[in-house]
Design a protein around this ligand. Structure first.
Ligand code: SF4
Length: 223
C-alpha cells in the first residue's frame, strides 16, 4: 500500500498492477470483482487515509504559523480559519483547546477528499471551473484534474508546501546550469530556461516566506 502514498498513487498502482498481471495469472488481473477490484479498493482506501493525514498536517502547520504558499493558499487559509472557528477557538493567543485528531479530521474530511498530489504541489480539486489544467486541455471529462497539464504557479487550486521545496529548488538549479551551458546564440532557449528558473525561484521564495514570515498573530486572510 506504500504505492498509494506517492504522488499519483492510483496511477502508480495501476502501473504496478499491470506489472503484476504479467507476473500472475490472467484471471487474477482481469476478473471483475476479483483480486484486482479488491486491490484497487484497498488502494483507494489508502489514498483517502493519506489525504486525511496530509490535510491534517497542513492544518497543524497552519496553526503553528507555517502557512501554505501558492495561488490557492489564501483560500486554504480561509478554510483552515473556518475550521478553527468551528472548533471553538476564538483566538490563537488563548490557551489551545485540545481537540482529538478525529474531531478535526471530521471537519477536514471533504477538503481531504479533494486533495490530489502533484509532484510539486497539492491540488485541491474542489471546482472544475477553476481548474487551469482542464481549461488548457479543453477537457470534456471534468471529474478529475490533469496532473500532466498542471501549472501550479497559476492555478487557484494549487498550493505549495515545504515538502515541495526540493523539487522547485532543484528545478531552478538545473535551469541555471543549462543556461550556463547553452550558447549565446540560442536566445529562445535561453529565455525559456530563464523564465523557468525565475518561476521556480519565486516559488521557493514564497514557500520560505510562508514558513518564516511573522504572521503577527494573524489567523489568515480576512483577519
Ligand atoms: S492545474 Fe494543477 S492544481 Fe490546478 S486543478 Fe489542475 S492539476 Fe490541480
Amino acid at each position: 500500500m506504500e504505492i498509494a502514498h506517492r504522488p499519483g498513487g492510483l496511477l502508480a498502482a495501476k502501473i504496478q498492477l499491470k506489472h503484476l498481471s504479467v507476473a500472475t495469472t490472467e484471471g487474477y488481473a482481469n476478473r471483475p470483482g476479483g483480486a484486482q477490484a479488491k486491490f484497487l479498493a484497498e488502494i483507494g482506501e489508502e489514498e483517502q487515509k493519506r489525504n486525511l493525514t496530509l490535510t491534517l498536517q497542513a492544518f497543524h502547520d497552519y496553526q503553528n504559523g507555517n502557512w501554505p504558499a501558492g495561488p490557492g493558499a489564501r483560500e486554504l487559509l480561509t478554510f483552515f480559519r473556518s475550521v478553527e472557528d468551528e472548533l471553538g477557538e476564538l483566538h490563537v493567543t488563548t490557551p489551545v483547546i485540545k481537540h482529538s485528531d478525529q474531531e478535526v479530521i471530521t471537519l477536514l474530511g471533504r477538503r481531504a477528499g479533494a486533495l490530489h498530489l502533484g509532484v510539486a504541489n497539492y491540488c485541491w480539486f474542489l471546482d472544475p471551473d477553476k481548474a487551469l489544467c482542464l481549461k488548457l486541455a479543453k477537457a470534456k471529462d471534468r471529474s478529475r484534474p490533469l496532473a500532466g497539464m498542471c501549472d501550479s504557479a497559476r492555478c487557484p487550486q494549487a498550493t505549495h508546501h515545504p515538502c515541495h521545496r526540493p523539487v522547485w529548488a532543484s528545478s531552478a538549479a538545473n535551469s541555471r546550469i543549462f543556461i550556463g551551458k547553452i550558447g549565446r546564440g540560442q536566445k529562445t532557449e535561453r529565455a525559456r530556461l530563464q523564465a523557468q528558473a525565475d518561476r521556480a525561484e519565486t516559488i521557493v521564495a514564497a514557500i520560505d516566506t510562508a514558513q518564516t514570515a511573522d504572521h503577527g498573530g494573524d489567523r489568515g486572510p480576512d483577519h
